[in-house]
Design a protein around this ligand. Structure first.
Ligand code: AGP
Length: 628
């Protein structure tokens, strides 16, 4: 039996209250299935000393079918928990699915994260005669809790038993534990992995994401590092791993259930593309008062910002692309060098950092392990860290010196859209806050740049009103073998983002290039009929860039490329070179990515739909990658 450390980006939900627990837990898992969908399972305490568990590999629907087979009436009771899993390695099979139980089957555990020292713990248990039923690290936690509960100085005390086990675990984990002896109690613990409490009326929840309980309550509590929470019908208690009372932070979730539904769209992603004007407006709202830019939580003084002599932006995927876009603006506004780094590379290249370095960590989920570890490395090097995040209370903002939350609302589609645009806007706010603190822009200039940002939601709305042409194009080129994307200046990261969207949604080869690089190799890829998307700058902006890109288009057209040009409305110069012309509103040069990205999102989604793929849950992916 191979030992596998199943490191996951799972959905977890626990409930104690007055409703049938099975219904509440399954409802919560459904709202989190985007987090991972390789297997699912539930455990329900029936109040008469029974703990009933069912779990199934594959999508949540497989588990629901299984529950119908065995009879849902077996799952009575008003306390229970559930889990959906994204496996990184090790087959997603029934016996590796959560919940895991001890040998007596009186303890059940669900888990997200990785128990680094599970091999030693497993060996210890096996030396004690414990027979493992799975290949997972999680099962060791179930056996350890059962042993702590039945012997030693934590005997009979579930909370103390869980605390004692947590003190022995190394690594990042969210654990949720139930015991048949305690049908009205659930104990949960967190270390560097998402866990929030839902506070209802006569009912309480624990979950990896507020989406799990948002239909029941919007009052939540953010747990801190190395904290336990005990929930019952009546209330919740927060403790540290030594059992002492600890402080946690209540907050109100600023979106409701409808926001987490599809709003009549076939896919969440399509709804989220439409929500981009609102996401931008909500992200900008409240950040300009009395003529000044203000951040959400700024534990970095203006003097510290003035001392900054270098900026890093660290992120992954689309968040990384938002950093590449922001680099142009932040350098232009602040005259500071800005390095944009893939978080997964950042700490391994031994970057030059010190207390005058500002590291901007961009993350929609706030739980991405690569970015979280980059944040930790930066802080070890005494650099100051500012998080740009879309998830209240996530680990990355918790470990940062300052936070600027994007308010894109829940982004359920695995491919990032509204969060990406909101990240660009937030990164711009960081740039303006730096320019303001350092005096590289006068207050009236900051005010003018902010006013231009505030006009962007309307510009994006205008783009959305013309995307039917893009959908039609997507259907017509859905069978292409590959699509290339070209751009210059801020259009280059837009080309990268367009290629990423196509790769992750349509599983099609796509590549983004700096257009100036074409002649240094990639032009060899051009062949007859190959679609090439070109992101044009404004003819009224950097005219030299515009003319060079027109030359690039004629070079590829001469070699048979099918040119798809995203250009500013009224750009007649480029029209003769465009086999397909997609017009976007005229906006300031640095803000163009906010309008030129949208057609590329729609194009990729439409091609994926034409190919019959699940736009919200692309194969092999998960919404938040909490593994390195
Ligand atoms: C974006 O479409 C992708 N799903 C992915 O690249 C994502 O942007 C990346 O994993 C970073 O996620 P984060 O913003 O939650 O840190």
């Amino acid at each position: 039996m191979s030992l596998v450390r199943l490191v996951r980006v799972c959905g977890i939900v626990g409930y104690v209250g007055h409703r049938p627990a099975l219904d509440v837990v399954l409802g919560g898992l459904r709202r989190m299935e985007y987090r991972g969908y390789d297997s699912a399972g539930v455990a329900v305490l029936d109040g008469a000393g029974a703990l009933t568990v069912e779990r199934k590999a594959g999508r949540l629907a497989n588990l629901e079918g299984r529950l119908d087979e065995v009879g849902r009436e077996r799952f009575g009771g008003t306390a229970g928990m559930g889990h959906t899993r994204w496996a990184t390695h090790g087959a997603p099979i029934d016996r590796n699915s959560h919940p895991h139980r001890d040998a007596s089957e009186r303890v059940a555990v669900v888990h997200n994260g990785i128990i680094e020292n599970f091999a030693a713990l497993r060996a210890e248990l096996e030396a004690d005669g414990v027979e493992m039923a799975s290949d997972t690290d999680t099962e060791t936690a179930a056996h350890l809790v059962a042993r702590a509960y039945t012997e030693g100085d934590t005997k009979g005390d579930l909370t103390a038993s869980v605390a004692a086990v947590c003190r022995r675990l190394e690594g990042a984990f969210t654990l949720v534990v139930t015991h048949a002896d305690h049908p009205d109690t659930i104990v949960a613990a967190r270390r560097s992995s998402p866990l929030v409490v839902g506070v209802g009326d006569g009912e309480h929840f624990v979950a990896s994401d507020v989406a799990a309980f948002i239909e029941h309550t919007r009052e939540a509590v953010e747990l801190g590092q190395d904290q336990l929470v005990v929930i019952t019908r009546e209330g919740y208690d927060v403790l540290d791993f030594h059992g002492d009372a600890a402080q946690a932070k209540p907050f109100t979730v600023d979106w409701d259930l409808s926001a987490a539904e599809k709003g009549g769209h076939e896919y969440f992603m399509l709804k989220e593309i439409e929500e981009q004007p609102e996401a931008l407006a909500n992200t900008l709202r409240g950040h300009f008062e009395s003529g000044r830019i203000i951040l959400d939580e700024q534990r970095i003084s203006d003097q510290d910002l003035r001392d900054v002599d270098k900026v890093f932006v660290v992120a992954c995927g689309s968040a990384y692309h938002s950093g590449l876009v922001a680099k142009y603006a932040i350098e232009h506004w602040t005259r500071l060098p800005v390095e944009v780094e893939l978080a997964s590379e950042f700490r391994y290249r031994d970057p030059v950092l010190d207390r005058d370095t500002l590291v901007v960590a961009v993350s929609q989920s706030g739980e991405t392990a690569d970015t979280l570890e980059a944040v930790r490395h930066a802080r070890e090097q005494k650099a100051r860290v500012l998080a740009v995040c879309n998830t209240n209370g996530a680990q990355i903002p918790r470990e940062s010196d300052a936070v600027l939350y994007t308010h894109a609302g829940p982004e359920i589609g695995v491919a990032s859209t509204k969060a990406f645009l909101a990240q660009i806007a937030a990164n711009y706010l960081v740039g303006l806050a730096l320019a303001q603190a350092r005096g590289t822009k006068y207050p009236d200039e900051v005010a003018r740049e902010f006013a231009e940002l505030e006009a962007m939601p309307a510009a994006v709305q205008k783009v959305l009103s013309t995307v039917e042409q893009v959908r039609d194009l997507g259907r017509r080129i859905a069978d292409s073998k590959a699509i290339l994307f070209l751009g210059r200046h801020v259009g280059f990261p837009v080309a990268l983002e367009g290629a990423l969207k196509l790769k992750e949604l349509a599983y099609m080869h796509a590549e983004g290039f700096a257009a100036g690089e074409l002649k240094h190799g990639p032009i060899a890829l051009i062949e007859d009929g190959l679609p090439v998307v070109v992101v044009m700058p404004s003819p009224k902006g950097r005219a030299v860039l515009h003319s060079k890109l027109v030359s690039n288009i004629s070079e590829i057209q001469a070699r048979g490329a099918r040119t798809i040009v995203i250009a500013e409305e009224g750009d007649e110069t480029v029209r003769p070179f465009a086999d397909e012309l997609i017009e976007v509103p005229a906006v300031p040069t640095l803000l163009q990515p906010l309008v030129s990205t949208v057609p590329l999102q729609v194009l990729a989604a439409e091609i994926a739909r034409a190919r019959g793929y699940d736009v919200d849950k692309p194969r092999n992916l998960a919404k938040s990658v909490t593994v390195e």
